[in-house]
Design a protein around this ligand. Structure first.
Ligand code: OOB
Length: 549
């Protein structure tokens, strides 16, 4: 028997060498399933069980059979409009039922969802559509006060490959998503398990975000591996509190993991306690995932809540460092178990375990999912540091990518010659193998789980006519963990600016709101390093966490 290559040639990213792929298959990690086939199998096994609940504004539910059929009909409609295997489709939907129907339809075709976040605006969406040569873009009509149809019209105008805009809700000049489904004409070709399932976004450290190619096989392992660790089964009722497009609420264990296990996914339109707590009570939610700032808010609100939170068994917290002090307070406040999760869309995910000592759960970020996750902690020269010492985390394994999509130059820096991903995180390993995240070497700001690439924002600020130079750095923040601070040097003779003018300039460039600098300070010069380059570390230590209006 011949084994297929790990990913189809021509799909534009480095992949696992055949010896690794064969090993991961032989070990049973890669199960040879596609997400479309998994949904079909669950629908056959338990057609009438509830798969999905979209509570807002009127409660809508889908059984497994209904979700399966909706995906088939949507896939047939997309196919009838010429969307075929390998095509890229930018999906920018909030936490609504249509999100899951659309992505399962695309999985069935073998077209690749490109997961945009609801917060993304012209700059990001135009880039995703152009870079992936997307043929379609799926949006809500309005969300959080913003008209996505107008954004889509602007994007369509400037993106020659974009043939379709599908709108969940009132379509305006575009096509209503509700009009797409039709009776399946016959079986679709569909993807092979070793082929790409979707493109996920990286947090990014460069001027433009990188795209992360994940296969059905490798991502599938991160799902069922997470399910085993978190105890996800058919009884699980999971609340998707974070944006469904993010890797954490998708796969750790997330909505895709919960559907894999035959459980019920409940979409939460907003993650604040006023929205989420009544849903927990009404839907008897057993599990959810939160970023640290939300976990703090929930911890504050839990004890006085009038809502019955007693169904909640497990809250996963990750995306950014959760302080031990905050972690200690969560379990008593919410009456459930805490699990820390330290993961990345590129692959590696670590969890504390259900049988870990309480102190381990609050002070570490967990152990990798797989015995075959290879972990190296190295110094600046890529030499392994002794156990317990701080170093750069490098990783390679059965669900960690070997390269970004269409990014050969960046890949040469982001991966070692033997295929380890340079995570950019500084960690140490405890004697039990648990990882503790101590900091970060990459030029990225982690704003409560939302990642900001300083270079991207610096490039925009530099476009302001009065700005001579800029450096964007992180400052400590009690709530978000970190906020963004832009140090700005004005041009000689330029009119003085107010901080708000710099913020407005960034916002008007059309980027996600969370990327607008929280603070702006005007300086005459940046601290220099020995070689005359701007010292970001110097700027970070100069920055005091001050308030600004
Ligand atoms: C998750 O994925 P990304 O791709 O948005 O961000 C990954 C980066 C990590 O490299 C690390 O710098 C940071 O986010 N991070 C954490 C952390 N979890 C993620 N830093 C400290 N403590 C943690 N617990 O953020 C993500 C993906 C899957 C599951 C969970 C989070």
């Amino acid at each position: 028997m011949t084994t297929p290559p790990a990913t189809t040639p021509g799909l534009d990213a480095p992949t696992w060498p055949e010896e690794f792929a064969a090993r991961y298959r032989a070990a049973g990690y890669w199960r040879g399933e596609t997400f479309g086939a998994v949904l079909r199998a669950r629908a056959a096994a338990h057609p009438d069980r509830t798969a999905l609940v979209d509570p807002a504004p009127d409660r809508r539910t889908w059984t497994y059979r209904e979700l399966d059929e909706a995906a088939d009909r949507m896939a047939a409609g997309f196919a009838a409009r010429g969307i075929t295997k390998g095509d890229r489709v930018v999906v920018q939907l909030p936490n609504v039922g249509e999100f899951l129907v659309v992505v399962f339809a695309l999985f069935r075709i073998g077209a690749l969802p490109v997961y945009a976040l609801p917060a993304h605006r012209d700059t990001e969406i135009a880039y995703f559509c152009a870079f992936t040569e997307a043929v379609a873009y799926v949006v809500p009509d309005r969300h959080a006060g913003f008209d996505h149809r107008a954004l889509a019209s602007r994007i369509k105008e400037r993106t020659p490959t974009l043939r379709h805009v599908f709108v969940a809700g009132e379509p305006g000049e575009h096509t209503a998503l509700a009009e797409v489904p039709c009776a399946p004409a016959g079986p679709l070709d569909g993807p092979e398990p070793h082929e790409l399932a979707f493109l996920q976004l990286s947090g990014g450290t460069t001027g433009v975000p990188k795209l992360i190619p994940r296969t059905h096989d490798d991502y599938g392992y991160s799902l069922w591996g997470s399910n085993e660790i978190c105890g996800v089964d058919a009884e699980t009722r999971f609340l998707v509190a974070l944006p469904a497009a993010h890797n954490f609420p998708m796969s750790s264990p997330g909505w895709l993991g919960v559907l894999y296990a035959g459980g019920t996914v409940v979409l939460c339109p907003r993650p604040d306690p006023a929205t989420a707590f009544p849903l927990i009570a009404q839907e008897r939610i057993t599990m959810t995932g939160l970023v640290p700032p939300l976990a703090l808010v929930w911890t504050e609100a839990g004890p006085d809540s009038e809502h019955d939170l007693s169904s909640l068994e497990l809250v996963l917290v990750g995306g950014a460092k959760f302080s031990a002090a905050a972690a200690r307070r969560l379990e008593p406040a919410l009456g459930c178990r805490l699990m820390q999760v330290f993961g990345m869309a590129e692959g590696l995910v670590n969890y504390t375990r259900r049988d870990d000592a309480p102190e381990t759960v609050v002070t570490t970020q967990g152990l990798p999912i797989s015995p075959d996750d290879e972990i190296r902690v190295v110094d600046d020269a890529d030499e392994d540091v002794p156990d317990g010492a701080f170093g750069h985390l490098l990783t390679r394994g059965p669900y960690t990518i070997r390269g970004y999509w269409r990014a050969p130059q960046h890949n040469a820096r982001a991966f070692t010659a033997d295929g380890f991903y340079r995570t950019g995180d500084i960690v140490r390993r405890t004697p039990t193998g648990h990882l503790v995240v101590e900091g970060r070497a990459k030029d990225q700001i982690n704003r409560g789980g939302e990642k900001v690439a300083p270079e991207e924002i610096e490039n925009i600020v530099l476009g302001h006519p009065s700005v001579h130079d800029v450096s964007v750095v992180a400052v400590a923040d009690a709530y978000l963990g970190e906020r963004t601070l832009a140090y700005v040097i004005l041009r000689a003779g330029a009119e003085p600016l107010k901080p708000v003018a710099v913020k407005r300039h960034v916002r008007q460039a059309g980027v996600a709101d969370y990327k607008v600098p929280d603070l702006v300070e005007f300086v005459d010069a940046f601290p220099q390093t020995g070689v005359g380059k701007v010292s970001k570390n110097g700027l970070r230590s100069a920055a005091a966490p001050t308030e600004q209006h």
